[in-house]
Ligand binder design. Structure first.
Ligand code: FAD
Length: 236
């Protein structure tokens, strides 16, 4: 590797990702509710790999457009993972998900650090929206499971969200997007994790700080923001 690349960490990362990116096959497509599909992807390269619940994968479209998704389960024997995809209708990923029938192929990079759910202190509140359900469901594969974890989701369509949570056997408080009661739900928590829409994260962060809830740690990771494409969740 030449000196130019070594001095540019983002190029090293891009090169490594390219080397580690593998073709995956869509092995299952299940509609859980309007706007939500549970998808499974498999690849021989995934067999016997380790997975940290909360880490993300990046799907590659057209060779250079990357979109982040969070596995909610991983089967190292079969070399297969699943995630819940939100079909919001506008982007390259959302539109592709809507067309899937099974058998399609796509390049997916290796799992990358997003959140590490195994390292979080409980009791904790996990806040997010339609894009965060997959991450929350991955708590099932941490040592403590859902013990001491309270999930709170804001949603545009509360009924569809409840349908999805029931299908995934995930208990949570579901509120209309922007509802005020989220701050109250954070009382008694030690750690707080804020995911989903960036504007909701910013507003809630200010509100919980102002409420002096005695939280030990607040972790924020924006999954999307109106007008922005393909957020990675990685702070550069
Ligand atoms: C670490 C991480 C993990 C993630 N995990 C998941 C996951 O498991 N499941 C999941 O569904 N999503 C997840 N997301 C969110 C997902 O990557 C984004 O929603 C992504 O932008 C979708 O790509 P797209 O090509 O459909 O839209 P883009 O081309 O990225 O965006 C096109 C337009 O659509 C808008 N848009 C993007 N997302 C949404 C949305 N959810 N609702 C309404 N409008 C939107 C954008 O603001 C933009 O204007 C995750 C994001 C991060 C950073």
């Amino acid at each position: 590797m030449n000196a130019f690349v070594v001095n540019r960490p983002e190029l090293v990362e891009a090169t490594l990702n390219k080397l580690l990116t593998a073709e995956h096959e869509v092995t299952s497509v299940v509609d859980l509710a309007p706007g939500f599909r549970l998808l499974a992807f498999s690849a021989p390269a995934l067999r016997n790999r380790r997975w940290t619940p909360g880490h993300m994968v990046q799907l590659t479209f057209g060779g250079w457009e990357h979109r982040a998704y969070t596995p909610l389960s991983f089967d190292a024997l079969r070399g297969e993972f699943t995630f819940l995809a939100r079909l919001h209708g506008q982007g390259i990923a959302s539109q592709w998900f809507a067309t899937l029938k099974g058998g399609e192929r796509i390049s997916i990079g290796p799992t990358r650090a997003g959140l590490n759910l195994t390292a979080m202190q409980r009791p904790l509140v996990f806040f997010g929206d339609e894009t965060s359900v997959s991450t929350a469901a991955a708590f099932r594969f941490t040592d403590g499971g859902f013990d001491g974890v309270t999930c709170v989701f804001e949603a545009d369509d509360v009924e569809a969200m409840k349908q999805v949570l029931a299908a995934l056997n995930l208990e949570a408080l579901v509120v209309e997007r922007g509802a005020a009661e989220v701050v109250q739900a954070c009382r008694g928590a030690r750690d707080l994790v804020l995911t989903g829409r960036s504007q909701s994260i910013q507003r809630l962060y200010k509100e919980v700080k102002a409420a002096h809830l005695g939280l030990r740690k607040i972790t924020t990771i924006a999954y999307w923001s109106p007008g922005k494409k393909g957020m990675s969740g990685v702070h550069k």
